[in-house]
Design a protein around this ligand. Structure first.
Ligand code: MN
Ligand code: MG
Length: 659
């Protein structure tokens, strides 16, 4: 079979080597001390690459030190040199997740015989096998299969079928469920022995919801753990010495439940699996993140006693599992294991980031052309906006830069709720201005003029790589969510002029505007919450005239609110968003959702609709500061009566709002 012919692993053990231009490399003790009939096998993992090959942030249009397979590849080269025998595996989510991926899917396309640039890079690094992550389905099955066809390594995926049978073993799977790598390993005495390594792959069955429009009627998904239990005995019967699970699934609950998304702990418990590559949740294992998880031993790098690893995301780390194997009759058995995740960069005390390795030139060369085309793509218009997208007035009025985020989030969550038990509930969206002056200075605002919108503008609209979430809340929580937001304003005295509006201790990213309801903020009332979210005045009510579809919001009424993982998980301690109300965890970043919305719509019209405003306080005025370029837009802000009040010493423009 093809797998047995490429990458035969026949490296010799050594104590130390120098790689040209780099430091002395210490050999792993397993390679140094393996005896006759014992072999050191090293399993290397990349996961969640998301098309990151160059160390480049295409949204910000700038080089970065923290990402890129070209960097990870340098570590791979070093690490291969440290071990007598190694296998390199990818754990999925390689095809989508940055503008290079979007460029290939939306602009250049994949024709039969085309080589996808990230596959070209992976071929250059030399993988032994890979699995499919949930994001591989984002551009449809045709794009996926054409891209996968270029891989010079087997791709395995056991739990997605084009035809579902009576059980997992009777399915016609989209990819082969597993592969058996017939390799040769060198033992401590320098003798070669055959070894059969089984590699099986899994992806979250939630893809059927997340990519419903690409997958419905075409494929079906099975539970990860029961699929593993079905196939592993067959792999054992086929003579596998060791079996590796490529689990594109996070490290979560120890208890298996049907269809669970983060199933890597129960997967590790499956009899016959010897090592687990995990991923999907973009974290690092072993790391203290997983201290105290049932079944997980962070110090030992194991789950249920089996070695496990998670190599970060975007090429940030290389996962490394070391196995010391011993020949046992005609089979190999695992004697002991270690596990680690090696980073490509380090964060310094002054918050700067230093690369720990150089990019591998051959890997860069494999994607150089696509990289250059992607730079042109992010700098060129992909859509049009009929309204300017600026954040100069985002803290004092309904605002187009926040509106576009909510429009896109609502569009996406409406698709995700369709066909679920939550279909039909009103869908609202929460979004906050991220770039709104303050400590960022008078130029720190979003400012995209009407007309062409480029991909790199989206980074300006959505600063953080958050992922989309939806929460289900009651009307009472919705109101308190807004009360929490309204804590950004100082209390004002009715009838007094020129009072300072904003509390400088309240960050703008915690000023959530909720779209889909109408409300006013009564600044004469005290804030219910302090800037950290603690209740200050339990009876205080700043939010007035809160209405949905023209009718007052009832405390017991149910709503879906589209938001991000930070807020939904309790970031900012918002009522209704403390981690216990999440009904949808999207795999997509809010940025991706905005890009998709713009690309699909062509022309967007994000004019603010003045769904919120300050309650009138006749004879009262407040002062607030914004960027001097706000003057270009100050005449057209719905719901505000503004007067220019000069400049501040720090270079901000000051405006007076007549309440
Ligand atoms: Mn991922
Ligand atoms: Mg609005």
């Amino acid at each position: 079979m093809a797998e047995s012919q490429h990458h035969p692993v026949t490296r010799r053990a050594f104590l130390a080597v120098t790689v040209a231009g780099s430091a002395l490399i210490a050999v792993h003790p397993y390679s140094a001390f393996a005896g006759s009939g014992q072999a050191h096998l090293r399993l290397l993992e990349t996961t969640d690459l998301h098309v990151h090959v160059f160390p480049y942030d295409y949204y910000a249009d700038t080089a970065v030190e923290t990402v890129g397979l070209a960097r990870t590849a340098s570590i791979i080269n070093h690490i291969r040199a440290e071990a007598a025998n190694s296998l390199l595996l990818d754990n999925g989510d390689f095809l989508q997740g940055n503008p290079l991926g979007d460029y290939l899917a939306y602009e250049r396309g994949m024709k039969d015989g085309d080589l996808h640039p990230v596959i070209a890079a992976m071929n250059t690094v030399g993988y032994d096998a890979a699995t499919i992550g949930n994001h591989e389905f984002n551009y449809g099955l045709d794009f996926l299969m054409k891209s996968a066809a270029g891989a010079q390594f087997p791709i395995v995926l056991a739990n997605i079928a084009t035809r579902s049978g009576a059980g997992a073993r009777n399915d016609t799977t989209l990819f082969r469920p597993y592969t058996i790598l017939d390799r040769t390993v060198t033992d401590g005495a320098g003798n070669s022995h055959p070894i059969r390594v089984g590699v099986i792959g899994f992806t979250p069955p939630q893809v059927m919801n997340w990519d419903r429009k690409n997958l419905e009627g075409k494929v079906t998904a099975r539970d990860i753990v029961t699929t593993a239990e079905a196939f592993v005995p067959e792999m054992k019967e086929a003579g596998c010495d060791i079996i590796i699970a490529l689990s594109h699934s996070g490290i979560g609950a120890a208890q298996a439940s049907d269809g669970m998304e983060n199933a890597s702990v129960p997967v590790a418990a499956v009899d016959g699996i010897d090592a687990v590559m995990t991923g999907h949740s973009h974290l690092v294992f072993p790391s203290p993140t997983f201290d105290g998880f049932a079944g997980v031993d962070v110090a030992g790098g194991t789950i249920h006693g089996k070695p496990a690893v998670m190599g970060g995301f975007w090429g940030s780390h290389l996962g490394v599992i070391d196995l010391l194997l011993e020949r046992d009759g005609n089979l190999w058995r695992v004697l002991s294991t270690t596990s680690e995740a090696r980073p490509i960069s380090q964060r310094n005390e002054d918050r700067t980031v230093t690369a720990l390795v150089d990019s591998d030139a051959a890997v860069l060369a494999a994607t150089e052309q696509a990289h250059a085309e992607t730079l042109a793509y992010i700098r060129r218009p992909v859509g049009k906006t009929t309204a300017p997208l600026h954040s100069y007035f985002a803290l004092v009025a309904d605002d187009p830069s926040v509106q576009i985020v909510s429009i896109a989030q609502t569009w996406y969550i409406a698709q995700m709720m369709s066909g679920t038990e939550h279909e039909g509930l009103p869908i609202l969206s929460a979004a906050a201005p991220f770039k709104a002056g303050g400590r960022g200075g008078p130029d720190y605002y979003t400012d995209v003029p009407a007309g062409a919108v480029a991909i790199k503008n989206v980074a300006d609209l959505y600063l953080y790589p958050n992922t989309v979430r939806a929460v289900k809340v009651k009307g009472a929580e919705l109101k308190d969510w807004l009360e929490r937001s309204a804590g950004i304003f100082n209390q004002v005295t009715a009838g007094r002029a020129d009072q300072t509006l904003l509390n400088p201790d309240f960050p703008s990213y915690n000023f959530d505007v909720i779209d889909g309801v109408n409300y006013q903020i009564d600044l004469s009332q005290p804030s219910k919450f302090d800037p950290t979210g603690k209740i200050l005045n339990p009876e205080a009510q700043r939010i007035v005239n809160l209405a949905h579809n023209g009718a007052p919001v009832e405390p017991a009424q149910s709503f879906i609110i589209a938001t991000n993982n930070y807020r939904a998980g309790g970031g900012g301690a918002f009522p209704g968003a403390l981690g216990d109300t999440i009904v949808f965890e999207g795999p997509d970043t809010n940025r991706d959702v905005i890009v998709r919305y713009i690309v699909e719509q062509g022309t967007i019209n994000p004019s603010a609709n003045a769904n919120w405003s300050f309650a009138p306080l006749p004879g009262t005025s407040v002062l607030f500061e914004t960027g001097p370029k706000a003057r270009d837009y100050a005449d057209g802000i719905a719901g505000l009566t503004l007067e220019d009040a000069g400049d501040t010493a720090e270079g901000f423009a000051r405006f007076r709002i007549l309440l």
